[in-house]
Design a protein around this ligand. Structure first.
Ligand code: DP6
Length: 368
């Protein structure tokens, strides 16, 4: 009986997992090593809850019965039920696990991966982070390896740099280290500071240039890029860590917005120029500035990754206030009862501007 179980375990491994998105406060933009996917600077992000937006992954790893006919592993991936290309990064993730589970090298195996996203992919909503972190957790579960968070984060990094942060609960920092050990660590637990994040979707289309290609081009062509790495990022990291330590939202908000602006300035300085923001994004930036002015302090901060969709960050105690502002400005059709402040901002809304949806997140757990 024992023997039979052993054979079965050795033949089929199955797992399921969920991966969260994360939003970078300090942006990763530029690789030290393209192959290893190690970054030129540390980055810091918030892992978001998985109530509505997440990637769900399942895997079935089966020993191939006729290894004489099929000598190589078979890898199949479907994303939202559509067959997808197997990238070298996915192959590399599997290779990393094969190093940790030698049985998988003795015989060819088939890896059937099914991935589902509950949100638009490749539009600057961090789908690579949720999908790659989820894939790594999924394989770890299937193979019952019980790897440490550090190791899981390190392997996720190979799938997509920012994915290494989606392994971590709450607020994390990806440490650059110039070698394959580079991974993210936790700075604070999700309950440390009740921050909320409102994502406003203004664009559901695929971005014009991927983050990977965009950051490579910035490194090659932007003069401002080196200046950012040398003089800006580390300063922002010190400032943001200080604001986190003291839970000082004013300081936090300012550095988050300046960091986003700085990153997008590097994109504009790239040649040919990259502009991830659109008129709707610019309008949301204006709204945040006006709201902060009206409230006489920084209560809301904006940040954008490589896409036009806006991530607004605020303390939970201001959630209703900020949600109401954006509901009235962007989504409410009936203007009858609006106050002058909101009416005035609304009058500047881009003609034909499209604001699809807003979702509010709390900080959440790493992929599980
Ligand atoms: C702007 O992690 O998608 O979102 O490592 O090439 O897969 P690759 O890039 P990716 O880049 C994310 C860039 C960013 C900033 C960030 O998340 O830190």
């Amino acid at each position: 009986m024992e023997n039979k179980n052993e054979i079965e375990n050795d033949e089929i491994y199955e797992g399921k997992s969920i991966g969260p998105i994360n939003i970078a406060l300090i942006k990763y933009w530029g690789k030290d090593d393209e192959k290893l996917i190690t970054p030129l600077n540390n980055s810091i992000s918030l892992t978001l809850d998985t109530k509505e937006f997440y990637t769900e992954t399942s895997i079935k790893i089966t020993k191939i019965k006729e290894p004489k006919e099929q000598k190589e592993d078979i890898i199949e991936l479907t994303i939202n039920n559509e067959k997808s290309k197997i990238t070298s990064r996915i192959k590399e993730i599997i290779n990393q696990f094969k190093l940790l589970k030698p049985e998988l090298n003795k015989n060819p195996y088939s890896y059937i991966i099914k991935s589902k996203n509950t949100f638009p992919i490749k539009s600057g909503c961090a789908s690579s982070a949720s999908s790659m972190s989820s894939l790594v957790i999924c394989i770890n579960k299937a193979l019952k390896l019980n790897l440490s968070k550090d190791k899981l984060s390190q392997i996720s990094r190979i799938g997509s740099g920012s994915a290494c942060r989606s392994i971590i609960n709450g607020i994390s920092e990806w440490i650059k280290e110039g070698n394959n050990n580079s991974h993210a660590i936790q700075l604070y637990d999700k309950d440390y500071w009740k921050l909320n994040v409102m994502l406003i979707i203004v664009n559901q289309n695929k971005k014009e240039i991927s983050s990977s290609d965009g950051m490579k081009l910035s490194k090659e062509t932007s003069e401002f890029f080196n200046y950012r790495i040398k003089f800006i990022v580390d300063k922002h990291i010190i400032e943001i860590k200080d604001s986190l330590k003291n839970k000082n939202f004013e300081k936090f908000g300012i550095v988050v917005m300046k960091e986003s602006n700085n990153f997008h300035a590097v994109c504009r300085d790239t040649f040919p120029t990259i502009n991830y923001l659109n008129l709707e994004s610019e309008f949301i930036i204006k709204c945040v500035e006006e709201i902060n002015k009206k409230e006489n302090k920084i209560i809301c901060a904006y940040t954008f990754d490589a896409g036009a969709n806006a991530f607004l960050i605020f303390e939970q105690e201001n959630r209703d206030l900020i949600n109401n502002y954006f509901e009235e400005i962007l989504f409410l059709d009936n203007d009858n009862n609006l106050n002058d402040f909101v009416k005035n901002i609304k009058s500047k809304k881009p003609v034909n501007g499209k604001f699809y949806k807003k979702v509010i997140f709390e900080l959440g757990d790493g992929a599980y």
